[in-house]
Design a protein around this ligand. Structure first.
Ligand SMILES: Cc1ncc(COP(=O)(O)O)c(C=O)c1O
Length: 424
C-alpha cells in the first residue's frame, strides 16, 4: 500500500504518543523477557505490538478491566471466554472461596464431584456420563482417548482449535514423529473433504472432532451431514464445545442444531474464571473410560466446582445466554451499519453466533487490511475498549446496552481517526 510521506509521519507520531500511554506495561515486558521464554505466554501476545497497545492488566470487575498503566477498558475478550458473567462475580467467587475455606482439594473423592456431573449432564444433549478436567485441552484429549478405547481404532480427524497438546499440532517439528499420520484434517464447511478422508482411512478412524465455530455460516445441514458421514464409517462424532457449550442458546451448539453427539467437551462458560472442563457423552461410549488413566492432581479441586454450580444458578436466574446473544447481535449490526456508512470494506459477524462476535477488514489488498487492522485496534484500545484483532470476542452478562452503544461510538471515532491517518 502506498502511503504518502505525510501519512507515514502521522502514523509514526501517533505510535510514539501511544508508547507513552503504556510505559508501565512495556517496563514489565522488559523484565519478563529476562525470565519468561518469549516474554509472555502465547495468549498474552501483544494485541497489536509491544508498545502501542496494553500488555499487562491488574484487575477486572464486571465488564471492565484496568491495565497496568491505570487505564480502564470495556473488555470484550473476557479472558478468551472464561467469563460468561463478567469479572469477579460476587456470588461465584463467594461460593469458590467458601469451598476453599473448607479444604477444596481433598485426598480422594468429594460429594461435589457427583453433584457437578449430575448438574451438567441434563444440560448437554445425549450426555449420560461425564468426567471433569481443568482445561479444554485436557477435555478434548480425553474425549479422543475414550473414542479410541471404545472403537479400538487409532486415527482421528479434526477441524478446529482443540488445545495445545501434541496431537493438536501434528506437523510441528517439536512433537513426536508420526502424529501427522494419526491426526488427519478436514475443512469444516465442506463435508466433501471429510468424505474423502473417511473414504481413504474410515476403517481406522476412531473419532471426528469438530469445533462448531469452524462452520461459518452456522448451517445445521452441514453439521448433520458431517455426523452422517462419521457414523457411516463407524467412527464417533465429538463436538468440541469448549467455547460454545453452555454459552449459546438454548445451551449448546448441538442443542441448537438438534444434534446428539457421541461425546461433547465444554469448559469456558462453566465456572466464570475458575478452571474447569468437562467431557461427557453417551453411556455406552463413556463406559470405555472406566479405569482409564486420565487423572491429574488438581482434577478433584472443588473450589472451581462450587464456582460452576453458582455460575449455573446465576445464568439460569438472569437468562444470560439470551442477553449475550442479543447484545452481540446489536454490536454486529451496529458495526456493519458503521462500515456501510463510512464505505469501509469490513464485516462484523457472529463466530459462529452473535454471543461470539468478530470484525475484520476485507480490503482486497492484504497489506492495506493489515495496516487498517493495526491502526483501528490501537485507536479502539486508546479510547478504552478492549477488542482483539485476531481472536473472536465474547459478550458477558455484565455488558449492558450502554456498553454496546458506547463501544459503537468508540469504533466510529477509531475508524475515522485511522482513515485520517492513512489519508494524511
Ligand atoms: C474449541 C476449543 N477447544 C479446545 C480449546 C483448548 O482449551 P484450553 O485453552 O482451556 O486448553 C479451546 C481453547 O480456546 C477451544 O476454543
Amino acid at each position: 500500500m502506498n502511503l504518502s510521506a505525510a501519512a507515514q509521519a502521522a502514523i509514526l507520531e501517533r505510535e510514539s504518543e501511544l508508547a507513552q500511554r503504556y510505559a508501565r506495561s512495556r517496563a514489565l515486558l522488559d523484565r519478563a523477557r529476562r525470565v519468561i521464554p518469549g516474554g509472555f505466554h502465547l495468549s498474552g501476545r501483544p494485541l497489536v505490538d509491544d508498545h502501542t497497545t496494553p500488555l499487562y492488566f491488574e484487575g477486572g470487575k464486571g465488564a471492565l478491566v484496568r491495565d497496568a498503566d491505570g487505564h480502564e477498558y470495556v473488555d470484550f475478550l473476557m479472558a478468551f471466554g472464561a467469563y460468561l458473567l463478567g469479572y469477579a462475580r460476587p456470588e461465584v467467587n463467594a461460593a469458590a472461596s467458601e469451598q476453599a475455606g473448607r479444604g477444596s482439594l481433598l485426598s480422594l473423592n468429594h460429594s461435589f464431584h457427583v453433584q457437578l456431573v449430575e448438574a451438567l449432564l441434563p444440560r448437554l444433549p445425549g450426555a449420560e456420563m461425564g468426567a471433569f478436567f481443568k482445561t479444554g485441552s485436557e477435555a478434548t484429549t480425553a474425549a479422543l482417548r475414550i473414542a479410541r478405547a471404545y472403537t479400538g481404532r487409532r486415527l482421528v480427524v479434526r477441524a478446529g482449535y482443540h488445545g495445545w497438546h501434541d496431537w493438536c499440532l501434528p506437523l510441528e517439528s517439536y512433537v513426536p514423529r508420526g502424529l501427522d499420520a494419526q491426526v488427519l484434517e478436514f475443512q469444516a464447511n465442506d463435508p466433501g473433504t471429510l468424505q474423502r478422508v473417511l473414504a481413504d482411512h474410515g476403517k481406522d478412524v476412531a473419532a471426528v472432532i469438530l469445533a462448531p465455530e469452524m462452520v461459518l455460516p452456522f448451517e445445521p445441514a452441514v453439521f448433520h451431514e458431517l455426523v452422517r458421514l462419521t457414523h457411516l464409517h463407524g467412527a464417533l462424532f465429538v463436538m468440541d464445545e469448549v467455547k460454545t457449550g453452555l454459552r449459546i442458546e438454548p445451551g449448546s451448539a448441538c442443542e441448537r442444531i438438534g444434534l446428539v453427539p457421541d461425546v461433547i467437551t465444554v469448559s469456558k462458560a462453566l465456572a466464570n474464571g475458575w478452571p474447569l472442563a468437562f467431557t461427557a457423552g453417551k453411556r455406552h461410549v463413556m463406559q470405555a473410560a472406566a479405569g482409564m488413566h486420565y487423572s491429574a492432581t488438581y482434577h478433584g479441586d472443588t473450589a472451581a466446582m462450587a464456582a460452576c454450580l453458582a455460575t449455573l444458578d446465576v445464568v439460569a436466574a438472569e437468562g444470560t445466554r439470551g442477553h449475550v446473544e442479543r447484545l452481540g447481535q446489536r454490536l454486529i449490526d451496529g458495526l456493519n451499519e458503521l462500515v456501510r456508512e463510512l464505505d469501509v470494506p469490513a464485516q462484523a459477524y457472529g463466530e459462529p453466533l452473535s454471543a461470539m462476535p468478530f470484525f475484520r477488514f476485507t480490503y482486497p489488498e492484504p497489506a492495506q487490511g493489515a495496516l487498517m487492522t493495526r491502526l483501528f485496534y490501537r485507536e479502539v484500545l486508546a479510547r478504552g475498549v478492549l477488542l482483539h484483532p485476531r481472536h473472536l470476542w465474547f459478550i458477558c452478562g455484565a455488558h449492558t446496552s450502554q456498553h454496546i452503544e458506547e463501544t459503537l461510538a468508540t469504533c466510529r471515532e477509531a475508524l475515522l481517526a485511522s482513515l485520517q491517518l492513512v489519508r494524511a
